[in-house]
Unconditional design. Sequence first.
Lengths: 217, 241
Amino acid sequence: MGPRACLSAKNDLRKHAGTGNDCKKVFEPMCPDSNIEILMARYQQGDFDAATDLIGRISPQLHRFFLAQSASRADADDLLQETWLRIHKVRHTFRPGEPALPWFYAIARYVRVDHYRKSVRTTARERKLEAMSKEPAAVPEEFAHRGGLETLLAPLPESQREVIEMLKVAGMSLEEVARATSSTVGSVKQKAHRAYAKLRETMKATGFGKGQSGGLS
Amino acid sequence: MKNEEINDVLEKAGRALPDPSPATLQRVADSIKLSLHPVRPLPPEWAMTAGLVLICAAVSLAGAARAGFFGFEKMDVLERLLIFPALVILVWVAAVEFIHEMIPGSRRRVSPGALLGLGSSVLLALFALLFRDYRADHFISAGIACLLTGFLYAIPAALLGWLLLRRGFAVNPISAGLVAGVLGGLAGVGMLELHCPNFQAAHVLVWHTAVVPLSGAAGALVAWTLRFRARSDARKRTNPE
C-alpha cells in the first residue's frame, strides 16, 4: 500500500470514526504499510482489495490458533473458512478506533466452540481433549520427544491454552487477550501465570530445558 | 526453567506451525467476494447506552403511570434521592455491559455474574439502609404479586433492549441473555419502586430485589433455549434422518 492509498484510507476512516484522535491512535504503528484497523474500515466500505489483504494477514494467525487448539490441518482449514464467513456476516460490528485483532479472535473462538459442539465426530475429540487436560502427567514422554505447540500446550486446560497461544504465539497484549476472551486483564494474567507454572513443572519433569532442540523441530 | 526460556520454546513451536495454503485463502476470498458490499457500522457506544437507559426509564414510567405512582408519592426526599439515582447508575452499567456482550472483542469491566451480584448487592444495601419497618404482613402473597409485576415489566425492557442491539453479535449468547435479563430486571425494580407503597423491609429486600436475579436467569434460559433450537435445526438440515 503506497503513501497515497494510506492517506486515502486514513481519510476514509476519519470520516468513519468521526474523530482525528482515534485515527492517530490507530494509524501510528504501521503506516505507510497500513494496519488491520484501516483495512477493516475499508472492508466495511466494500473494498475487495482490503478484504483480500486482511485475509492474507489474519488467516495465518487464526490458522495457528486453531492448530494450537489441537485441530488437525483439515479441521483448521474448515474452521478458518467458517470464521471468515462469520466475520463477513458480522463485519459491521467492528467499530473503527477499536483494536481489530481481539475482534477477529473473539469470532474465531466462537466459531471454534460452536464447531466442536455441533459436530458429532469432534465430540469424541473434545472428550479426549478434556481427558488430556485433566491428566497433565500422562503426556510428559510424548511432550519431550514430539515437541510441537499442540503437544507443548496439551497439559494445559483449554482456557489457559488459548491464553498462552494468543500471548506468546500471536504476540497479543494482555489487554487484547482480555478483549478476545471476554474476560478481564487480571483473569488473563492469572491464567498465564498458572499456565507457566504448569509448563515449567512439565518441562522440568521431562528434562525439556536441557535438550530443547530435540523437542522442537 | 526461566520464563524467557519457556517463551522461546513457545515462540519457536508457534513458528513451526504450517500456514494455510494459498488455495484455502483463495477459497475464502472467493466465498466473500459475491456478497461484498458497504455496511453501516454500529452507532457509537454512548448513543446505544443512552438508548438502552431511555428504554428502561420509559418502561418503568409507563408501568407506574398505568398502575399509579403510589410508591414514589409515599417516599421521602432522601429515599427518592438515593434509590432512583442508584437505579439509573446500575441501569447505565448494565447497558454498557450489554453493549459489550453484543460486540465481539469489547473490553469487559465486570463479568455477567459479577454484574448480577453487584446489582443485587447495591439494591439490598440501599433497601436495608432506607426501610426500617420490620413487619412482614402478607409476605408471600404481596411479595409474589410484586415479583410478577416487576418481572412482567422486565420482559418488554429486555426485549426492546435486544431489539435496539439486534445488529450486534453475541459471541456468548447465554452471557448476553443474562445481562439483558439483568437490565430488564432493573427496569422492573424501577417500576416497583415507583408503584409499590409497601415499605416493609422484608418485602422490599426479598421480593423487589428478586426481580433482578429472576430476570437474569430467565434471560440466560431464553438464550440457551434459542441456541439449542438453532443447533437442533442446523443438525436436522445437515442430517435429515
